[in-house]
Design a protein around this ligand. Structure first.
Ligand SMILES: *[C@@H]1O[C@H](CO)[C@@H](O)[C@H](O)[C@H]1NC(C)=O
Ligand SMILES: *[C@@H]1O[C@H](CO)[C@@H](O)[C@H](O)[C@H]1NC(C)=O
Ligand SMILES: *[C@@H]1O[C@H](CO)[C@@H](O)[C@H](O)[C@H]1NC(C)=O
Length: 470
C-alpha cells in the first residue's frame, strides 16, 4: 500500500518538475485529495503489536494449564479419602489415621490454590492490559486502512481466507482416505502425532539438577496407581543414588514429596548406583545403567535389593556410546531404558555394530535376563534420544532450540525401519536428556534442562475425542 502511494506521488512530482523553457511555461496544479500516509503511526502500531506478543508467552498459559490439571487429579482423590473416612468413622484408630491423611491432602491442595491464585491474578492483569492494547491496535489499524486506496490489504486478506478454506478442504479429503497398515502390534493403532506439552513444571528443585528422568510406573503396585517418580542426577550431573516419589502429579508439580526418597545406597557414586539419565520405573523396580558397568541394574524399591544384567560383549559404556547432535553429546547416555505396552527395553550400541543403535527386550522375571535383540542401521551419534511405543522403537534428533524431530522408527514385529517419520516435538528448553513413553496414558515424559515436560501421543484409534481435546 505504501509503495503504490509513493509511486503515484513520485509520478506526479516528476510531471510538475518537467516544466520546459519559460516561454511555453505551463503550470499544472496538483491537488492531492488523499491524505499523506502516516508512516510513523504504522511504525508505532508495529512496535505495540510486538510488545503485546512478547508479553504473552506459551509458558504462561502452560503454567496455568498444569496447575489446573494437577488440581483436577487431586480432588477425586480427596473425595475418595473422605468417603473412606466416613465408612471407617467408628471412633477407632483407623479414622484418626485417615483424618491425618486428609489433613495432609488439604494442606497440599491449599498450596495448590495459593499458586493458582497468584498465577490467575497475574494473568488477569495481563489479560486486561492486553485486551486494551488489542482494542487500541485494532482501532489504529482500521484508521490506517482508510489509506489503503488500492485495496491491497483487503485483497490479501480475502486470498488468505480462500487459501485457508482450500487447506481445510484438502485436509478433510486426506482424512477420508484409507489408513496405512498399522505399525507394530498396537491396540491404539498407528502412531500419528505428538501434541503438547500438557505438563511443564520446574518441580520441587527449580533449576537445581540439569539431568534426570521422571514418569509414572506403568505396572504399579496396588494403591500406587497415581504415584509419580523422579530421579535427578544429583552428583556431577552423572550419578544418582535415590528415587524420589510423589503421591500424585499435582504433588510433583507443587513439590510435596510425601512418600519421599527410596535410597539405593547412602554413598554416591558406588557399586550399583545410577549412572546417566535414561532410567525407568516398572513394576515397582527401577531399571538403569549401573555405575561404571556395561550392565542394566534393577533396584526393587520394596526389598531395596539390586539385580544386574550383563549386556553383550562390546557394549559401549562410561560415556563412550552417547546420544549426540552436531554441537554436543549428552554425557553418560550409553544405555537408554524404555517402557511400552510389553514391558522394559534397553537401547544401546556396541563396537561390532559400528555405533548403530541396538535394541534388546529385557525380560523382567526372575532371574532378570536379556530377551531378543535387534540391530538397526541408524547411527547413535545422530540421535538425541529414543523411546518405545507398541513394540516400535522411535528415535529423535535435534533440529533447533525449539524443535526436536522424531525421524526414525524400527518395528520389532516386521523388522521394517523408516527414516521419514517427520513428527515434531515442541520443546520448552533446548535439550531433552531423558524421554520415555508411558503405556498407561500414552504420554511422553521428558526431562529437559531440569524441567519436567509431558506430551500426548496421538494414535489413530484414540478416537476423535482425543484429537479434539489435546
Ligand atoms: C488471592 O490472592 C490475593 C492477593 O494476594 C488475596 O487477597 C486473596 O485473598 C487470595 N485469594 C484466595 C482465595 O486465597
Ligand atoms: C501434529 O501436531 C502439531 C501440533 O498440534 C500440528 O501442528 C501438526 O500439524 C500435526 N501434524 C500432523 C501430521 O497431523
Ligand atoms: C520386590 O521385593 C518384594 C519384597 O521382597 C517382593 O515381594 C516383590 O515381588 C519384588 N518385586 C518384584 C517385581 O519382583
Amino acid at each position: 500500500m505504501k509503495l503504490y502511494v509513493i509511486v503515484l506521488l513520485c509520478a506526479l512530482f516528476t510531471l510538475t518538475q518537467q516544466a520546459p523553457s519559460p516561454r511555453d511555461k505551463c503550470s499544472c496544479e496538483l491537488t492531492n485529495s488523499e491524505k499523506a500516509f502516516p508512516h510513523e503511526k504504522l511504525g508505532s502500531v508495529e512496535t505495540n503489536a510486538l510488545k503485546c506478543n512478547s508479553n504473552i508467552t506459551p509458558q504462561k498459559t502452560l503454567e496455568l494449564e498444569s496447575l489446573l490439571l494437577g488440581l483436577e487429579r487431586r480432588l477425586p482423590q480427596l473425595q475418595d479419602d473422605v468417603s473412606m473416612l466416613e465408612r471407617e468413622d467408628d471412633g477407632d484408630l483407623y479414622a484418626v489415621i485417615s483424618l491425618q491423611v486428609i489433613e495432609n491432602e488439604l494442606r497440599e491442595i491449599k498450596l495448590f490454590m495459593d499458586r493458582l491464585n497468584s498465577t490467575t491474578l497475574g494473568h488477569q492483569h495481563l489479560t486486561a492490559d492486553t485486551s486494551q492494547q488489542l482494542e487500541e491496535l485494532k482501532a489504529e489499524m482500521q484508521e490506517l486502512e482508510t489509506y489503503d486506496i488500492m485495496q491491497v490489504v483487503k485483497t490479501q486478506r480475502a486470498n488468505k481466507d480462500l487459501k485457508k478454506e482450500l487447506d481445510q478442504c484438502s485436509n478433510g479429503l486426506a482424512t477420508i482416505q484409507p489408513t496405512q497398515p498399522l505399525q507394530g502390534n498396537c491396540p491404539h493403532g498407528k502412531f500419528l502425532n505428538v501434541t503438547g506439552p500438557r505438563v511443564y513444571t520446574a518441580g520441587e528443585y527449580p533449576g537445581s539438577y540439569k539431568y534426570g528422568a521422571w514418569g509414572q510406573d506403568p505396572k504399579p503396585q496396588a494403591g500406587k496407581e497415581s504415584w509419580y517418580w523422579l530421579v535427578m542426577l544429583t552428583s556431577s550431573n552423572r550419578y544418582a543414588n535415590y528415587v524420589r516419589l510423589y503421591s500424585s502429579l499435582s504433588s510433583l508439580i507443587v513439590g510435596v514429596s510425601t512418600p519421599g526418597n527410596v535410597q539405593i545406597s547412602p554413598s554416591n557414586p558406588t557399586t550399583n548406583t545410577i549412572q546417566g539419565p535414561n532410567v525407568v520405573l516398572y513394576g515397582g523396580e527401577l531399571y538403569y545403567n549401573c555405575y561404571n558397568l556395561d550392565s542394566v541394574c534393577r533396584f526393587n524399591l520394596t526389598s531395596q535389593t539390586v539385580d544386574t544384567l550383563q549386556l553383550p560383549k562390546g557394549t559401549r559404556f562410561n560415556s563412550k556410546g552417547n546420544f549426540c547432535h552436531l554441537d554436543e553429546c549428552y554425557p553418560f547416555t550409553d544405555l537408554d531404558l524404555a517402557t511400552d505396552e510389553s514391558g522394559v527395553w534397553v537401547i544401546y550400541t556396541t563396537t561390532q555394530d559400528f555405533g548403530n543403535l541396538v535394541l534388546s527386550k529385557v525380560e523382567e522375571g526372575e532371574p532378570l535376563r536379556l530377551g531378543q535383540t535387534w540391530h538397526t542401521s541408524v547411527l547413535k551419534q545422530g540421535v538425541t534420544n529414543t523411546f518405545m511405543a507398541c513394540g516400535v522403537l522411535y528415535a529423535t534428533r535435534y533440529l533447533n532450540k525449539e524443535l526436536e524431530e522424531i525421524f526414525y522408527s524400527f518395528d520389532t514385529t516386521t523388522g521394517e525401519q523408516r527414516f521419514n517419520i517427520g513428527i515434531f516435538i515442541k520443546k520448552m528448553s533446548p535439550n531433552i536428556y531423558a524421554l520415555n513413553y508411558s503405556p498407561v496414558d500414552q504420554m511422553l515424559h521428558a526431562y529437559c534442562d531440569s524441567y519436567m515436560v509431558s506430551y500426548k501421543v496421538l494414535f489413530n484409534r484414540n478416537g476423535y475425542a482425543d484429537n479434539v481435546f489435546y
